[in-house]
Design a protein around this ligand. Structure first.
Ligand SMILES: Cc1ncc(COP(=O)(O)O)c(C=O)c1O
Length: 482
C-alpha cells in the first residue's frame, strides 16, 4: 500500500505516484489515504473499489488527501451551543474578524438590491459579469496604482483563486514541466496547480534570514532552474506569493524587479498571487516593512532599463481573504497583455465563472466605495489586534511566534519547548492537538525546512481562537513564563 499525507513534499508525491501506478491493477484503485491522521468517508470506498475502470489520473488523485482532510474537518467543527466538543479550526486561513458586519451591513440587503432577471440566466459574459469585472478593475485601479489601467477585458473570474490556479496552470504547463516557488509556500499550490495540469512544483529554498526578501534571494531560483535543466526538466513558470503565505511578509520593489528579470532571462510565466493584498496591517515590532506593491505597479522596462515581455505577468486574486468571504468562492486572474492565455483558460471550461448571487454581493460592496474603504481599514485594525494578541499569547508561554505584517496566520516555533527535531515529531504534535479538537497546519506541509513549526490562523472569531488556545495550553502543558 502506498501511504501519502499532506506533509509529503511534491517530490515525495511524485515518487509515490510512480509506485502507485506500478502497484495498481487495471480497474482497481489501490490507493490508500493515510488512516489514523483523520477519518475520511471516502477512503474506505476507494480502498474497496473494484468497479468500472477509472482514468489513470483518478488513481492518482486520492493520494493528495487534502480535500478529504478538509471535508472531514468541516464536518465536525466547533459550535459553542451545537457542538461544544467540535474541532477548532485554526489551521485554514479564514478571516472571521468582519464577517458579522459584512452580513449585517451589506450582504443581507445587497441581493435584493442588485439581483436582476439576467442573473438568473447565464448573465452577460461567460468570463464573469460586466458588473463584477468593472468593479474588480476599479478596485485595482484605485488601490494598487497599476502602470497600465486594468480593464474588464484583462479579467476572467472563477471559483476562487483555486479555480483560477487550476485553469491557469493547465493552460501554461505541459505535464512534468516545473514551476518554481519560494519555500515555504501555501500547501494548496501542491494540489491546485498539480492535479489537473501534471506540473511539477519545485520548492526553492531561499535564505531564511533577513535576506529572504532581498534581490539576492533570486540566486536560489537560478540554482533551482539550472538543476531542473540538468535533470532534463522544462521550467515554465515562477509563482510569487506577495504578501507571503505562510510567512506574512511583503516583498520590496527591488526584489519584484529581480523576479521580473529572472523570468525574462529564462522566458517564464510570472504568476503573482496577491490574495492578501489588502490584509496588510501594523505590527509595532516591525518598523521597516515595505509597503505592498502589486506587480502591475512595476514599469519593468523603465525601472531596469531591460527588455520585458509583459505578457508573462498574471495576477491571481480572490475575495476569500481580504473580504472574509472564503465561502463565496470568487476569484480572478488579471493578465493585461496576454489575451491568448485568457482565451485558453476560458476554453478549458466555459461558464466556470462566479455564480450570480456571489457576484451581486461583492459588486454591491465594491461599488459602495467610501464604505468599502472604511471596512478594509477596520479589517486592518482588527488584524493588528488579533495578530498581537496571538503572538503575545505564545511568547508569554515561551513559544516563539514569528513577526508578520500581512495575512491571517503566523508560524509558531515548538522546537525548543517540545524538543522537536524531526518531521515525524512535528506530525505527532499535530495529531496530538487534533485529538483534543484543535486543527492547526504543520510547517512541513508548507515545505518549511525546520521541523517543529505550526501555522496558526489568528483571524478567526476571537472567542473561537481563545477556546483553541486554551485547549492547546492544557494539552501541551504551556505555562506563562516569569
Ligand atoms: C496564497 C493563497 N492562494 C490561493 C488560495 C486559495 O483561495 P481561494 O480559492 O479561497 O480563493 C489561498 C487560500 O488559503 C491562499 O492562501
Amino acid at each position: 500500500m502506498v501511504q501519502v499525507d499532506l506533509t509529503d513534499s511534491t517530490a515525495d508525491l511524485a515518487h509515490k505516484y510512480e509506485a502507485l501506478a506500478v502497484n495498481s491493477n487495471v480497474g482497481n484503485a489501490q490507493a490508500q489515504t493515510t488512516k489514523g491522521i483523520y477519518s475520511s468517508i471516502w477512503a474506505d470506498h476507494i480502498n474497496d473499489y473494484r468497479g468500472i475502470r477509472m482514468s489513470d489520473r483518478a488513481l492518482l488523485c486520492p493520494t493528495h488527501a487534502h480535500a478529504e482532510k478538509l471535508d472531514s474537518l468541516m464536518s465536525s467543527l466547533y459550535d459553542v451551543h451545537g457542538n461544544p466538543e467540535g474541532t477548532i479550526n485554526i489551521g485554514v486561513a479564514e478571516n472571521g474578524l468582519m464577517v458579522r458586519e459584512y452580513i449585517e451591513q451589506y450582504f443581507g440587503t445587497a441581493l435584493k438590491k442588485g439581483l436582476n432577471p439576467v442573473d438568473m440566466g447565464y448573465g452577460d459574459r461567460v468570463s464573469g459579469s460586466a458588473r463584477l469585472k468593472n468593479a474588480i478593475a476599479d478596485l485595482w485601479n484605485e488601490n494598487f496604482d497599476p502602470v497600465e489601467p486594468v480593464l474588464p477585458e484583462h479579467i476572467i473570474t472563477s471559483t476562487g483563486a483555486t479555480g483560477i490556479l487550476d485553469q491557469l496552470t493547465w493552460a501554461i504547463v505541459n505535464p512534468g514541466d516545473a514551476i518554481l516557488i519560494a519555500a515555504p509556500f501555501y500547501a494548496g499550490f501542491d494540489v491546485n496547480m498539480v492535479t489537473r495540469s501534471g506540473s511539477h512544483i519545485v520548492p526553492v529554498q531561499i535564505p531564511d534570514d533577513e535576506k529572504a526578501y532581498l534581490p539576492e534571494s533570486l540566486q536560489a531560483f537560478e540554482d533551482a532552474y539550472q538543476k531542473c535543466k540538468a535533470e532534463g526538466r522544462d521550467v515554465k513558470a515562477v509563482l510569487l506569493c506577495n504578501p507571503s503565505n505562510p510567512l506574512g511578509q511583503i516583498y520590496p520593489r527591488e526584489t519584484l524587479l529581480e523576479y521580473a528579470k529572472f523570468t525574462e532571462r529564462h522566458n517564464l510565466h510570472l504568476i503573482s498571487d496577491e490574495i492578501y493584498a489588502l490584509s496588510v496591517y501594523d505590527n509595532p515590532n516591525v518598523t521597516n516593512s515595505p509597503n505592498f506593491i502589486s506587480f502591475l505597479n512595476l514599469d519593468v522596462e523603465k525601472e531596469t532599463g531591460e527588455k520585458f515581455d509583459k505578457g508573462r505577468v498574471h495576477i491571481v486574486y480572490s475575495f476569500s481573504k481580504d473580504f472574509g468571504a472564503n465561502g463565496l468562492r470568487v476569484g480572478c486572474i488579471i493578465s493585461q497583455n496576454n489575451p491568448f492565455l485568457l482565451r485558453t483558460m476560458l476554453h478549458t471550461c466555459f461558464l466556470m465563472k462566479v455564480s450570480s448571487p456571489a457576484d451581486v454581493l461583492l459588486s454591491e460592496l465594491l461599488n459602495d466605495k467610501p464604505k468599502f474603504k472604511a471596512m478594509i481599514a477596520e479589517n486592518r485594525r482588527r488584524l493588528t489586534a488579533a495578530s498581537s494578541y496571538c503572538r503575545e499569547w505564545f511568547m508569554a508561554r515561551g513559544i516563539p511566534a514569528m513577526d508578520t505584517v500581512a495575512g491571517h496566520f503566523m508560524f509558531v516555533d515548538f522546537r525548543e519547548h517540545l524538543n522537536i527535531t524531526t518531521f515525524d515529531q512535528e506530525k505527532a504534535l499535530w495529531q496530538r492537538l487534533m485529538d483534543v479538537g484543535v486543527y492547526t497546519a504543520t510547517g512541513g506541509a508548507y515545505h518549511w525546512k525546520y521541523p517543529g513549526f505550526l501555522r496558526i490562523t489568528f483571524s478567526v472569531d476571537q472567542e473561537l481562537l481563545k477556546v483553541g488556545l486554551q485547549r492547546m495550553e492544557k494539552e501541551l502543558d504551556l505555562k506563562i513564563s516569569q
